[in-house]
Design a protein around this ligand. Sequence first.
Ligand code: BF8
Ligand code: SF4
Length: 620
Amino acid sequence: MAERSIDRAALFLLKKAAREGVETAWDRFEKQQPQCGFGQLGICCRNCNMGPCRIDPFGDGPQEGVCGATADTIAARNLLRMIAAGAAAHSDHGRDIITTVYAAACGEAQGYEIKDEEKLRALASEYGISWEGRSKEEVARELARAVMEEFGMVKGSVQFVKRAPEKRRAVWEKAGVLPRGIDREIVESMHRTHMGVDNDYVNLVLHGVRTSLSDGWGGSMVATEFSDVLFGTPQPVRGKSNLGVLKEDQVNIVLHGHEPTLSEMIALAAKDEELLALAREKGATGINVCGMCCTGNELLMRHGIPVAGNFLQQELAVITGAVEAMVVDIQCIMPALTKVAQCYHTKIISTSPKARFADALHIQFEEHNALEIAKKIVRVAVENFPNRKPSLVQIPEEEVEYVAGFSVEAILKALGGSLDPLLDAIKTGKIKGIVGIVGCNNPKHTHDHGHLNLTRELIKNDVLVVETGCAAIACAKAGLLLPEAAAEAGPGLRAVCESLEIPPVLHMGSCVDISRILVVAAAVANALGVDISDLPVAGAAPEWMSEKAVSIGTYVVGSGIFTVLGTVPPILGSKNLVELLTKGAQEVLGAVFAVEEDPFKAAILILDHLTAKRKALGLD
Ligand code: BF8
Ligand code: SF4
């Protein structure tokens, strides 16, 4: 069995867990072996009650379900459902953000305000909403209503697709994949995958592309843009990462999940004088708020709040014995947390009506009295401090600095206000290309191994890397998000980083913020007068696990960007589907997927791709 992690803090706590008889995802993963072969190949179906059906991958047994569905139909339907679930998760997050913007603009969301008026102005003009003689609240209300409509089917297509280069939009139109309403595509995915509707794997995949585009250029982009409106557009900020950010003498609150609406308020509540006094009364020297997973990314991007770790570290945080409360909302929260917490004193506090957990304390979050609720949650954590079992407290030492906060606006600012320095660096070959490395952890791979090795290989070869999500946290913990890390870069990239004082790996935010990467790609393509698919750019998800990652991968390829997956998607049971996604898509979308589990080999695939694209543009 491969090493579980390359992160020393993780390894330290895995030993502690073993000593204390606490199971983690790695143990449960082992117990699942061997995992179901039909599931791995994507050729089992339970879409109706004539089934469940499965296709024999060796050709000796049944090749059709009871209804006659083939491996192609079944695998493509399963894939489309994964895309739909991922797109739904991102977009429903976007919906909550826009709802909060509306409530804030109506004065009905305690503690929230329109923080970034400049961004609000830019978005209003993008939507053709006039600012003349109106308050920012009036404009925000009209804008929020217009965005809300996009979740349905009022317009021809979602607004932000207009940000894509003309050539890309033409590709989408020709393929019939321009996303209409955000919800509409997801609903249609569920419709098409119902028994006996869409049985053509190509048609199913095309709708998958459309659904995913409604996420990347729709729901996710809404979440990003309007989080900026509410909480401010990120600018470079320094902070600390890994489990060493937990403090032995303070009340530790870990915010885990995805929506910044609640976490922003808790960060605020933790500064409340009364609660700080209570903490001192209970024997703590302060209240330490840190983030985990994408909530962590949202907080560190805007405030430099420490980030305790990425996906596979959520249980480990509890295992330190030093966490008074882990506050969760939605997505990527392991149901196992409440069981692990029972071995320590940690309170798992769920807050979303959409995501409840057995044995968790539920304190429901509502935006109209958000600050009060946030204070209530912080109070629970503070009052839990005396329940710590000192003999069980062990915090690893690892605590590494990072610089995050590279929104598109921040990148432009670092470049001196225009894309030209970046374009020049690409043209002269100082920077060979730009690669987005994103996504999760997965116990199928050594924790963080894929992220770090792929990132290091690329920067060594003068590739500027942009990251989000758990990939970015992996690199933060390894010190790669510091300007000093330019020392690890090739000479061209190093010179660019040194002159601009930026790291060779730019942290662009949470997973919905991959929409920021799309905006950069579109801007570069527009500046060069080409399609995104012509650029020396690529995407990678070395350790992906979630359905959101499937939607992301699909909209990235759908946007014309070659993408390498580091864990095998469950589609290998259909040769036709594999062929379509790894070859056929080139002709329709100008990009394909590749699967490569070894990050060093993935780096070679990507570098070869960048070289070919540079050559086609006449850059070498
Ligand atoms: O949305 S990278 S494990 S935390 S799914 Fe989840 Fe994957 Fe992390 Fe953020 Ni994204
Ligand atoms: Fe079986 Fe077809 Fe029903 Fe799926 S939809 S469970 S393949 S009968």
